[in-house]
Design a protein around this ligand. Structure first.
Ligand code: HEM
Length: 490
């Protein structure tokens, strides 16, 4: 650590700061902002210091950091994704890696998947009944998981899809729960991640698949499930390479056939690591974003009614529920933008500094974790206006203010911006259009000012215990066409 001092921030026992954060990160960050201003530091047990930047000028410098100024392999994330996964790579290796992950996510590929995404959502809703009670994100997470099986592996149904879904969900739960995060934090996230990875490699080499159940050691289940999941993936990598079917456009096929710049195929562990990254990066993020959106929707029935009207108008115009047209609906998109503004699932985006670095008028020492604070910037009154704390989709439509990339960034930015943002937006837009159209919910959070505390899952901020809802009305799949006066969907 260099001699430079850190910006001000709460001091005292580190575990007390961690506990306060754990009790509700939103109000904790608000308090820090009110007390210390838009640049403050936090000291947490087992980790390098954190500096939060909640000033667009500093965030611009953050997103423009040069590759040699950061070392993402040091990120304090205690999840074993594999030792060479995009999110943890640096420099040229990181940029080359993005070139492997991005092609299956380009617009053409995404558009081709829109119809199936809609069918997946429809088939879930067809099984919902009046009186069903569940919490988001979990039930909505099931839809996200099926979309992930399809996008990642091209699988929609059957035994293999069910097994993948079971292992993926089991592994995410076992690897990213609070106990694992707490242990990882105490032990040191970097060391913990590496320990888990060595144990996974050792168990794989000895052919020990484990029983996949919880054990005396809290990490046992996550290692067992990763060994089993990776084994399935390894078999698929070999099959894909044998068959070499260029028409297979799912992400896993594309990554299995991808090569390094010298033309050699990626090693199998590397393909597995990227797939695990897409899984964690894509699943819980979409589920958490949906949970927050659900909360806003049960509190704002007039917004739901407007979204529904817009979806119906689109159905009337297109003669059917056209998923690509649905993705372009201004008011529906504004409503989603607004919930990702006020309650972004990633409260901040992280970089680990390798050298003393200036951010505007502040120089932050090497060896610090720096965060671009989306949650705080997204609520600044001097940027968004006096009504910054209000949920108001209209602000995105009436030309009042068009935020720049350093004022609104739920998907991060710069060289490391989320590679799945378009896929995520498409998926959320299609799913929510179906929900506006077909389902009416009640919730203990409706018609009052109650607000859940927050918890961290896979590094995402979610409403504590989810948003419980009850289905009070469910319409059949053709309700849109019927109400739009279209007898037979085109
Ligand atoms: C609502 C859903 C999502 C949210 C809110 C979200 C958010 C983010 C954020 C904030 C980052 C960090 C960006 C940065 O450091 O500047 C990120 C990175 C990443 N995301 Fe997403 N994400 C979502 C969905 C997805 C999906 C669906 C995928 C894959 C299909 C995905 C794959 C990734 C990957 C691979 C990275 C690492 C990129 C890199 O390090 O170069 N994400 N995401």
């Amino acid at each position: 650590m260099s001699e430079l001092s850190l910006p001000p921030g709460p001091r005292g026992l580190k575990f007390k700061t961690a506990m306060k954060m754990g009790l509700g990160i939103y109000s904790f960050l608000d308090d820090c902002y009110d007390t210390y201003g838009d640049t403050f530091s936090l000291l947490l047990p087992g980790m390098a210091p954190f500096v939060w930047l909640a000033d667009p000028v500093k965030v611009k410098a953050f997103f423009n950091l040069k590759p040699d100024q950061v070392d993402q392999s040091k990120l304090p994330i205690p999840i074993d994704l594999g030792d060479r996964q995009t999110g943890f790579l640096n420099g040229k290796e990181h940029q080359d890696s993005r070139k492997i992950v991005i092609p299956p996510l380009i617009a053409g590929r995404l558009h081709a998947r829109a119809g199936v995404m809609h069918e997946i959502v429809e088939s879930h809703l067809n099984n919902w009944k009046v009186g069903d009670q569940f919490d988001t994100p979990r039930k909505v997470g099931d839809i996200a998981l099926d979309v992930a099986c399809y996008t990642l592996f091209g699988l929609r149904e059957g035994e293999k899809k069910d097994r993948y879904a079971e292992l993926m969900l089991g592994w995410i739960g076992a690897a990213t729960n609070n106990t694992m995060f707490a242990l990882g934090t105490l032990y040191g996230p970097f060391k913990f991640r590496n320990k888990l990875h060595s144990a996974y490699l050792k168990q794989t080499a000895s052919g020990n698949f484990g029983d996949g159940k919880k054990g005396f050691f809290p990490w046992k289940q996550s290692i067992d499930l990763k060994v089993q999941l990776a084994d399935m993936m390894r078999e698929d990598i070999r099959r894909i390479r044998r068959e070499n079917d260029e028409n297979a456009t799912d992400m896993f096929s594309a990554m299995s056939r991808a090569t390094y710049t010298d033309g050699t195929l990626l090693d199998e562990e590397r393909v597995i690591a990227e797939a695990m990254g897409v899984l964690v990066g894509g699943h819980e993020t979409s589920a958490a974003s949906s949970a927050w959106h659900m909360l806003w929707m049960v509190k704002h029935p007039k917004v739901v009614a407007k979204c529904r009207e817009e979806v119906l108008t689109s159905i009337k115009k297109e003669g059917r529920f056209d998923p690509l047209a649905i993705c372009e609906l201004p008011y529906c998109n504004a409503a989603l933008n607004e919930s990702m503004r006020l309650t972004p699932s990633a409260v901040g985006t992280l970089r680990y500094l390798t050298q003393d670095t200036a951010f505007g008028d502040v120089t932050i020492p090497a060896g610090t974790n720096v965060l671009a604070g989306a949650y705080l910037i997204h609520r600044r009154k001097d940027i968004w206006g006096e009504d910054a704390e209000e949920f108001e989709p209209e602000r995105w439509l009436d030309g009042r203010f068009k935020p720049g990339p350093f004022e609104y960034f739920p998907f991060g930015g710069g060289r490391r911006a989320c590679v799945g943002s378009n896929q995520a937006k498409q998926q959320l837009r299609i799913m929510w259009a179906n929900l506006y159209l077909r389902v009416e919910f009640d919730s203990p959070y409706a018609n009052n000012d109650d607000w859940p505390s927050q918890m961290q899952v896979s590094g995402q901020t979610e409403p504590q215990d989810g948003v419980p809802v009850t289905v009070v009305k469910i319409h059949p799949a053709d309700v849109g066409c019927k109400q739009a006066g279209i007898a037979e969907p085109a």
